[in-house]
Design a protein around this ligand. Structure first.
Ligand SMILES: Nc1nc2c(ncn2[C@@H]2O[C@H](COP(=O)(O)OP(=O)(O)OP(=O)(O)O)[C@@H](O)[C@H]2O)c(=O)[nH]1
Ligand SMILES: [Mg+2]
Length: 335
């Protein structure tokens, strides 16, 4: 007799899969803002339940543009975000904003939160703003930011904005999550622009010269444009330079147009697949590194010879290089 293949049930849609496995995921998909806010806190605190929800929400993510807005302190990033919010709401777009707060989690947290005042109608469910501390994330702040952005997208936000301060490693990591990277400068940054210039063209798709009502802005725009033309285009895109004044509300629609142009160039261009791959690879590597580190720490902690080894280094009976080699060999045997 012929073996019968088991009947194949119709594949559940992503939405069915999500709602079946997690009522919390369903609440996010249904636009429950309190569930969203709580889950973002869970992500920040590194709760495993949040990962579970993210797993089921994953099929609902990956399509919204993520616009990274970075630049030195006080150049007007938050003010620009406020203007962009109004512009985008005017076009009927819903917007999620994550601001990565440079303050330490031990200083009460909300340095940036206090500085930003998002101007919005409190009843408007089309905007969600959240400030996150840049430190104290078990899996790294970049991963928490990715996770929070996914929650915002699954909730139904059309556009995602991320504000980061400065140009340190953490900011670069977060900036790399973005599908369009905006770097904000102001006229007469002086030395700061000189130091920024070196690495600037690798991290920006759009430059904004904000506070452009101040003297010197034309010069700054021209300088940046010259540099942009000289730079090697990435995936066929030459960085755009846009003067704005968040104070006088000028240049905002031009800024958004530049972002949209970049988004569509990337979506339809030859680099689209490569960009998605690069972002996926970076995330996978980070997630794996986190697990390997945790596993290694746990294994080392169990190891009685670890204490002996440490003692030997302190007593200068062995050097740290040989000790690390021995510990590593031991770990490889056990893992
Ligand atoms: N003259 C002028 N001032 C501006 C403009 N945009 C913002 N500002 C002012 O610049 C200061 C800093 O603005 P923010 O929007 O907080 O700047 P930021 O880059 O978010 O600051 P941090 O998050 O602290 O790095 C505020 O006093 C703003 O009112 C502008 O276009 N022109
Ligand atoms: Mg700010």
């Amino acid at each position: 007799m012929k073996a019968r293949l088991p009947a194949v049930a119709p594949r559940p849609s992503p939405r069915e899969r999500a709602t079946k496995t997690s009522p919390v995921a369903k609440r996010v998909l249904d636009g429950d803002m309190r569930a969203l806010a709580r889950l973002i806190s869970d992500v920040e605190e590194g709760r495993p339940e949040a990962r579970e929800v993210l797993r089921t929400l994953y099929p609902h993510t990956g399509n919204a543009p993520i616009v990274g807005i970075s630049g030195p302190l006080g150049v007007g990033k938050s003010s620009l975000i406020n203007q962009l919010l109004q512009h985008l709401r005017g076009k009927g777009k819903t917007v999620g904003v994550i601001a990565v707060d440079p303050s330490s989690p031990f200083s009460g947290g909300a340095v940036l939160g206090d500085r930003i005042r998002i101007e919005r109608d409190p009843d408007d469910t089309g905007v969600f703003f959240r400030s996150m501390a840049s430190r104290g994330h078990a899996g790294g702040v970049a991963q928490s930011t990715r996770d929070a952005l996914r929650l915002l997208e699954a909730f139904g936000m059309d556009v995602l904005l991320v504000e980061t301060v400065g140009s340190g490693q953490v900011d670069v990591e977060i900036h790399d999550i973005a599908t369009t990277r905006v770097v904000v400068v102001v006229p007469h940054l002086g030395d700061e622009v000189q130091t920024l210039k070196a690495g600037l063209f690798e991290i920006a798709d759009v430059f904004v010269v904000n506070k452009s009502e101040l003297p010197g802005s034309e010069r700054a725009v021209k300088d940046l444009q010259e540099l942009a033309y000289l730079s090697v285009p990435r995936d066929g895109w030459t960085p755009r330079v846009v003067p704005t004044s968040a104070a006088q509300r000028t240049g905002i629609s031009e800024l958004w147009q530049a972002v949209e142009d970049h988004e569509s160039a990337m979506r339809n261009g030859p680099g689209a697949e490569a960009g998605r791959k690069a972002r996926a690879e970076q995330e996978l590597r980070e997630l794996l590194r986190e697990r390997i580190e945790r596993l290694a720490e746990e294994e080392l902690g169990k190891e009685a010879s670890w204490k002996t080894l440490l003692q030997e280094v302190v007593a200068k009976e062995t050097d740290p290089y040989s000790a690390a080699d021995r510990a590593f060999q031991e770990l490889k045997r056990r893992i």
